[in-house]
Design a protein around this ligand. Structure first.
Ligand code: PLP
Length: 351
């Protein structure tokens, strides 16, 4: 059976495993090593690790490129930004994950890059800027406004103009979106979120379309000191095996509850693209009180875990002012949808 003929949900279960021979473990072992006996491929733990390499095989297969893992999603984002020569013209969403948005602004203010912000849904404006740009940074759906870009159009036009495209695919994951197959140069993931899926580690990954870019990123990882630990790589690979089941269950919960939320008198707006595991609601009343009143939903930052989480995003001082003050981001977990709704309904009554 050729692995290429298998569905991604099957391949993610079997990829990145040790060779199938007697006495070999079925799972990639945790190799906690800062150094290796000299003369081979491995040498030093900041450069290589066999557990990380196993995870990279599985991540690369999923997104259809060459994966490299980092100690967090932000470390992965910074490694990508570190590839840009001074003066690079970058187009970026006016609302994106806070950390990425702040870093891009910092690089601009220090004179390292020229930065133009666009609404990621404004395809016409983005296309008009491509001839004067070198990098297009896409996040789709955006965090936390859930705006969806016309990915194929943006990526293909960027390619025509020789513009490097980077797609932060954290929300869609390779279950719903494969930017490399559309021609994107890099996919970025916060592996911390749904790829690992259990809120028990921090990790990032970049999937590069071309081997030469992978090599450049590998050097960045070594020099920035952004290698994740072997134990975290083991946990991430273990979580990744169930990605499709978790994604589909969380998404089914989101679909079931988003429509009810939109009709609730306490919700002035429900943002949900119709797919995915995240929704955002605007509260007609006190959003903090709603977050503090849940019993099953956990009031905590982050997303993509098996447990449902919620938070008011503007409680973070660095969050963009394009995000409404009363917006709560909901990350749907894999619990029973009736239980999830009953808890949200009672929490909304405290607004
Ligand atoms: C869309 C997106 N990209 C990148 C990141 C950064 O990832 P990490 O927290 O793993 O550094 C996050 C974190 O929330 C995110 O939501």
């Amino acid at each position: 059976m050729d692995a290429k003929d298998l569905d991604p949900s099957t391949r993610v279960v079997s990829s990145g495993r040790p060779e199938a021979r007697p006495d070999n473990p079925v799972n990639a072992p945790i190799v906690p090593a800062s150094t290796f006996h000299a003369g081979g491929r491995l040498e030093y733990g900041r450069e290589n690790n066999p557990t990380a390499a196993a995870l990279e095989v599985a991540l690369g297969e999923l997104d259809g490129g060459e994966a490299i893992v980092f100690s967090s999603g932000m470390a992965a984002a910074n490694a990508l930004m570190d590839l840009w020569p001074v003066g690079t013209c970058v187009i970026a969403p006016n609302t994106a994950y806070t950390g990425v948005a702040v870093r891009l602004r910092e690089l601009h203010e220090r004179g390292h890059i020229e930065l133009t912000h666009c609404k990621i849904t404004d395809t016409e404006l983005i296309l008009s800027l491509l001839p004067q740009s070198q990098v297009l940074w896409i996040e789709s759906p955006t965090n936390p406004l859930l705006e969806v870009a016309e990915l194929e159009v943006l990526i293909s036009h960027a390619g025509t103009h020789g513009v490097t495209t980077i797609v932060d695919n954290t929300f869609a994951s390779p279950v719903r979106q494969k930017p490399i197959a559309m021609g994107a140069d890099f996919v970025l993931h916060s592996v911390t979120k749904i790829l690992s899926g259990h809120s028990d580690l921090l990790m990032g990954a970049v999937i590069a379309r071309q081997h030469v870019d992978w090599e450049k990123l590998q050097v960045r990882r070594v020099l920035l000191g952004a290698m994740p630990s072997a134990f975290d790589c083991y946990l991430a690979l273990r979580g990744l095996r169930t990605l499709f089941v978790r994604y589909e269950k969380s998404e089914a919960n989101a679909i079931a509850i988003a429509a009810t939320l939109a009709a609730h008198p306490g919700v002035s707006r429900c943002r949900y693209p119709g797919w995915g595991t995240i929704a955002s609601i605007e509260i007609d009343g006190n959003a903090d009180r709603v977050c503090e009143s849940t019993r099953l939903w956990t009031y905590a930052t982050s997303l993509g875990g098996v447990e449902s989480l919620l938070e008011r995003r503007r409680r973070w001082p660095r969050e963009s002012d394009t995000v409404p003050e009363n917006l709560i981001r909901l990350s749907f977990g894999i619990e029973n949808p009736d239980d999830l709704w009953a808890d949200l309904d009672q929490a909304l009554s405290h607004r």
